[in-house]
Ligand binder design. Structure first.
Ligand code: NAD
Ligand code: ZN
Length: 234
């Protein structure tokens, strides 16, 4: 089978019980995630932001990958070449069996903790969440979650891995699932990957800015649509 690029957003984990930011369950204690996931919110109230992330980590630990994550892992095994670019910070793609080498977490990893000043990184010890705001063991500045907040640049190494994959060759199949595609680079990558006549399939119950470029639209939830699509392709 062909060279494949899959791009996922929060919608692919929605059916595992992880709320999307813009969906009806996205709000936390009446607070808008779009405002919480910023360096401004962290500067104003680091403790509040950490509480939100601790709860989200716990929810993700208790969640299981769904049939959509599993279908993507199956597709990866069949493809000639495969890359998943996920905006998700959860670990459900990995727990569904996808190798780290086949995926780029372009918005970071919620289980990483990094220093807000020197960038020192630490993997969060399983199950033992800290109380309050942790401090860097190297420079004593406040530690923050290892994710990309709104308004922050993409991590260089991860962005470069996507670039390398796109530059090496075009893709015969591009699937974009569960993302509002509000970030320009998501649309850019999908269009560049499919530039030589590759199929561009969007799976999302709602219309997005990418919809008009898709060669095929599937207006269904990911856990239903992805297994069917992957069966059909194989
Ligand atoms: P978003 O919350 O902005 O949008 C979610 C998209 O998924 C919408 O277009 C919606 O129509 C679609 N959707 C909802 N349910 C679906 C389903 N069952 N099947 C298919 N599609 C469905 O998410 P986003 O575009 O990924 O951007 C928000 C940012 O927030 C991301 O950058 C990400 O880093 C972060 N985030 C991550 C997680 C996670 O890791 N699971 C969850 C929420 C937010
Ligand atoms: Zn530090």
């Amino acid at each position: 089978m062909v060279r494949v690029l899959v791009i996922t957003g929060a919608g692919v984990s929605a059916e595992s019980g992880i709320p999307t930011f813009r969906g009806k369950d996205g709000y936390w204690r009446n607070l808008d995630p779009i405002k919480l996931a910023t360096s401004e919110a962290f500067a104003r109230d680091p403790e509040l932001v950490w509480q939100w992330y601790s709860e989200r980590r716990q929810r993700i630990r208790n969640a299981q990958p769904n049939a959509g994550h599993e279908a993507i892992a199956r597709l990866a095994q069949r493809a000639d070449e495969f890359l998943l670019v996920t905006q998700n910070v959860d670990d459900l793609h990995e727990r569904a069996g996808l190798a780290k080498a086949e995926m780029v977490q372009i918005h970071g990893d919620i289980f990483l903790t990094k220093c807000s000043r020197c960038g020192f990184e630490q993997e969060q010890e399983h199950e033992q969440e800290q109380n309050g705001v942790p401090r860097c063991i190297k420079c004593d500045a406040l530690m923050r979650p290892g994710v990309v907040w709104f308004g922050e640049p993409l991590p260089l190494r991860e962005a470069q891995r996507v670039e390398n994959y796109l530059q090496r060759d075009s893709c015969g199949l591009v699937i974009v699932v569960g993302t509002t595609a509000t970030f320009g680079y998501i649309i850019d990558w999908a269009l560049r990957a499919s530039r030589r006549g590759g199929e561009l399939i969007e799976i999302n119950p709602e219309e997005t800015p990418l919809s008009r470029f898709a060669t095929r639209l599937v207006r269904k939830p990911a856990a239903l649509a992805l297994p069917r699509l992957v069966d059909e392709l194989m």
